[in-house]
Design a protein around this ligand. Structure first.
Ligand code: SER
Length: 281
């Protein structure tokens, strides 16, 4: 599936479930605490914190993102880039875990046709509720893992809303790494979708990444992010995000200029028929 269709499938699904389609905010955010937009929820921070009344209870967007914390991984993994687009759905005091999980499962397995048996789930270490919902939906206990603060608790990295999260990971098979689930190998079991259950407000953190929880949010919310480039790599059977239709035209130009070929061009994308219009808007 081409990336234009991946985007459309996402926004069509969530608008048909009552979400307002909101354009991406600029990469340089209107937020003095943040250098670059690092998630779809950034522009909705005042809604989660209850500082501004949201004009709609549900939203969906495809956000331009850059993560300085990812830079050291670029070129070393199949899944990190200096820029990416995050497809998200958001609830501002409307639905919570039950619907967020049901939406993700339906869209991945029916909308994008991913095989259920290849999906592995992580939940926050004490989040029994999220695990029960996933079990009820049909995910066996053997494909659900519990992880701690570092992996399954999300904040913007600065004071603001935060909460435990549940991630959907796709098993790319033994050619990509060791078996044992996402707790063991993030290259083989690639994280594609993070569902954050926004529930608390955090304060300033220390250099080790520890931060105080200042209290509960007045209204619980949902903030999710599905990586467009990672999903494209899976649906296009591409080795890594650079060999999807999102980045391949750029890679071809770089190859031509450098006079060197990439070693691992994906099977799903050929040079023919690809144009830069498939790349990020
Ligand atoms: N904010 C969460 C993340 O960036 C979910 O979108 O992973």
């Amino acid at each position: 599936m081409r990336s234009t269709q991946i985007r459309k499938t996402f926004t069509d699904f969530f608008t048909s479930h009552g979400h307002q389609l909101v354009p991406s905010s600029p990469l340089v955010p209107d937020d003095p605490t943040l250098l670059l937009a690092n998630a779809g929820m950034n522009q909705f921070k005042p809604y989660f914190l209850g500082e501004t009344t949201p004009p709609f209870p549900r939203a969906t967007s495809i956000q331009k993102c850059a993560r300085t914390s990812d830079i050291d991984n670029v070129g070393r993994t199949n899944r990190h880039a200096t820029f990416f687009e995050m497809m998200g759905n958001f609830s501002f005091g409307d639905y919570f875990k039950e619907d967020a999980i049901a939406f993700a499962w339906e869209l991945l397995t029916q909308g994008y046709g991913l095989e259920k048996d290849k999906l592995w789930i992580t939940v926050y270490e004490d989040d029994d509720e999220a695990e029960h919902i996933w079990r009820r939906i049909g995910v066996p206990a053997s494909r659900i893992q519990r992880l701690g603060m570092e992996d399954n608790y999300w904040s913007m990295g600065v004071p603001g809303p935060c909460g435990p999260c549940s991630e959907v990971n796709y098993d790319r098979g033994p050619a990509f790494g060791k078996e044992g689930g996402p707790a063991i190998d993030g290259e083989r079991y690639v994280e594609i979708w993070n569902l954050v259950f926004m529930q608390f407000q955090r304060g300033e953190g220390d250099k080790k990444g520890n931060f105080p929880i200042l209290g509960e949010l007045a209204r619980k919310g949902v903030d999710t992010g599905l990586g467009l480039d990672r999903l494209a790599a899976i649906l296009q059977d591409a080795q890594n995000v650079c060999t999807t239709d999102l980045l391949l035209p750029t890679m071809h130009t770089v190859q031509d200029l450098a006079g060197r070929a990439m070693p691992d061009e994906g099977e799903g994308c050929s040079r023919e028929g690809l144009t830069c219009s498939d790349s990020a808007p």
